[in-house]
Design a protein around this ligand. Structure first.
Ligand SMILES: Cc1cc2nc3c(=O)[nH]c(=O)nc-3n(C[C@H](O)[C@H](O)[C@H](O)COP(=O)(O)OP(=O)(O)OC[C@H]3O[C@@H](n4cnc5c(N)ncnc54)[C@H](O)[C@@H]3O)c2cc1C
Ligand code: SF4
Length: 564
């Protein structure tokens, strides 16, 4: 018999962006909260490899199974998680990244923190495609402001249409290679502005400003960037009202005869035992697809299709950001004069969507991220030097080292990150036969890009190649053909999966109302990316955070009113 635990006001599943923001706001408002997290404990101030040099490890930073982005990367998880498979329908190309640690993917995300713009919430009204959100920019704007001020973000006031400014710390100046990019972008009429990253450049709530070591993805020991444990969860614990249970794999939300949530069943990974925690309110924030999985696995007489799924949309309208990359060799950056290239662990510039779709053959836009420069080299840096244009072939000893010095920093890359329109062929469902190591049915994915996305990605490829040529460089690799999808990344590969538990104006065609509350179960909420009606030409996490805070405030009001 599982041991009975105390009952809580709220049980939150998942400690990433959405879960942590919800926990922070609810504990500040006086709720007694328990958080279930499938991964292990993590604290950047103790666990980060921020100050390690490659030669501190015999692996020189090479990736491991648990850390596919490199041995020093802060994220424990990856494209495959041992004992937790997922399946794909025939012909489907979909990759699912999962973090398994306190803080989830916020430990090593790129920290590009963009607000959605007013148009992003009403796309159907503007071009007839997809669906409008049941909320507007004005509903969420105060929460974006609050997130900016609590967590901290740098950027610049630009007054650009549909790219709202925020409450910014001063942005760091562009580095040498970024100035080259900006010059080319200016010539081509592409807006190129300071990046907007959740890195603080002035002290904030006891956190020190960034000292520009460039290792954000390893976790910041000085808490100068945003990861959910150090910025939200540990301060929430100080209220004395947050209990965090790690290595707790949620399996199912329990409901009573009225169909209301009563708590969460989970597997204690240390003992393998099935446990139950009772709560008056349940919040799922296990990441968009994982929350859908928990709901689909929560079947009962009152909820035979799974919880919050009377509309049948749970798992549906799964979207990811479109993406493709082009790298270029820029001879002007060879044999560089040593100079200070310090900065944050991400670009200091970016290019928001700058064109009018009425003049293009695809709807919706993309933004451009830039990479390059002279960061600390790690295992495998520079790729095969012998393949560089005009290379003398590498060689051995001094000749090889000289060759690396000549070429180091002469490669610049562009990544496009664009908006996919949700479609009926991209979704997840429970696999009828496969279960994970805990006996929980796994997800099966279905995925299709549409012509709109292929045309958008072709435009990215052409633009990036033109930018590289404008810098006097040459693109590395040929333009991918139509047969190769113009180089579009697999669904899921950009790691911005959203939807699956979408919000909407009616219970007929959505799982959640405008407050991320399940239509079918009033004490159940979802605060990860599951609620999103659509993507945007922006990364999603700042919107996940703002929506989570808004939802937490609604839960507090409803509890005060005695409605839940
Ligand atoms: C390399 C990389 C770069 C990125 N860069 C950016 C960027 O620059 N800007 C941006 O906006 N976004 C970026 N993202 C995406 C961003 O990380 C996610 O949008 C964000 O973290 C999602 O937050 P979440 O709360 O939904 O989920 P997550 O952060 O994934 O957290 C979910 C948590 O739930 C836990 N969990 C899962 N299942 C269960 C279960 N059954 N029981 C209990 N716990 C469970 C997981 O262990 C995890 O800790 C990036 C992601 C990656 C991987
Ligand atoms: S660059 Fe700044 S925010 Fe990033 S890890 Fe270094 S000190 Fe921290």
């Amino acid at each position: 018999m599982p041991q009975r635990q105390p009952s809580y006001d709220v049980c939150i599943v998942g400690s990433g962006a959405g879960g942590a923001m919800t926990a922070h706001a609810l504990t500040q408002a006086g709720a007694n909260v328990i958080m279930l997290e499938a991964g292990a404990w993590w604290d950047n101030t103790k666990d980060s490899a921020m100050l390690k040099f490659p030669y501190d490890s015999p692996r020189r930073g090479a990736s491991t199974t648990e850390r596919p982005f490199g041995e020093f990367d802060a994220c424990i998880g990856g494209w495959q998680v041992e004992g937790e498979p997922y399946t794909k329908a025939d012909g489907t190309k979909f990759d699912w990244w999962r973090a398994r640690m306190l803080g989830g993917r916020t430990n090593h995300w790129g920290r590009i923190s963009l607000r959605f713009g007013p148009d992003d919430f009403r796309r159907k009204s503007l071009d007839g495609l997809g669906d409008d959100w049941p909320i507007t920019y004005n509903d969420i704007a105060p929460y974006y402001d609050q997130v900016d001020q609590l967590i901290g973000i740098f950027g610049s006031k630009e007054n650009l249409p549909n790219h709202p400014d925020g409450v910014f710390h001063e942005a760091p100046r562009p580095r040498c290679y970024e100035l080259h990019v900006k010059r080319a972008a200016d010539k081509m009429g592409i807006w190129c502005i300071p990046a907007r990253l959740s890195v603080i450049t002035q002290p904030l709530n006891g956190r020190a400003p960034c000292h520009y070591c460039g290792q954000c993805n390893r976790g910041c020991m000085t808490n100068s960037n945003f990861s959910s444990p150090n910025v939200l969860l540990f301060p929430a614990q100080k209220t004395g009202r947050l209990t965090i249970t790690v290595n707790a794999m949620a399996r199912e939300v329990a409901t009573d005869a009225q169909g209301l949530a009563t708590g969460v069943h989970y597997i204690d990974k240390a003992t393998g035992k099935d446990e139950f925690v009772a709560a008056k309110v349940v919040v799922l924030a296990a990441s968009a697809c994982e929350s859908a999985r928990i709901l689909l696995n929560s079947r009962s007489a009152r909820h035979p299709q799974g919880l919050a799924n009377s509309s049948g949309v749970v798992g549906k309208y799964l979207t990811d950001t479109t993406g493709t990359d082009v790298a270029g060799f820029v001879p002007q950056l060879m044999d560089h004069v040593p100079h200070n290239c310090d900065g944050v662990g991400g670009g200091h510039i970016y290019m928001p969507w700058w064109l009018d779709n009425k003049k293009l053959d695809f709807p919706r836009g993309y933004h451009i991220e830039v990479w390059g420069g002279l960061g600390v080299p790690s295992y495998g840096f520079g790729g095969g030097i012998q393949g560089m244009p005009q290379s003398r072939g590498g060689g051995y000893g001094k000749a090889l080292k000289d060759e690396y010095r000549r070429y180091y920093g002469s490669t610049i890359g562009f990544s496009g990150r664009g908006e996919q329109i949700p479609n009926a062929d991209s979704y997840c469902e429970l696999d009828p036969t496969v279960k994970d190591r805990y006996g929980i049915p796994v997800l099966r994915f279905h995925w299709k890009w549409r012509d709109d996305e292929y045309r958008q990605v072709r435009h990215m490829q052409e633009t990036f190649r033109a930018l590289i040529r404008e810098m006097g460089g040459e693109p590395m690799g040929d333009m991918p053909s139509k047969e190769r999808g113009y180089g579009i990344a697999n669904g899921g590969a950009i790691i911005h999966e959203l939807g699956c538990v979408r919000m909407g104006a009616t219970a007929r065609d959505s799982a959640l109302n405008a407050h991320c509350q399940a239509w079918d179960c009033k004490n159940l909420f979802v605060t990860d990316g599951g609620s999103f009606v659509s993507q945007a030409d922006k990364n999603p996490t700042w919107t996940i955070l703002a929506l989570a805070w808004r939802t937490a405030d609604y839960i507090t009001q409803q509890r005060k009113a005695g409605a839940i």
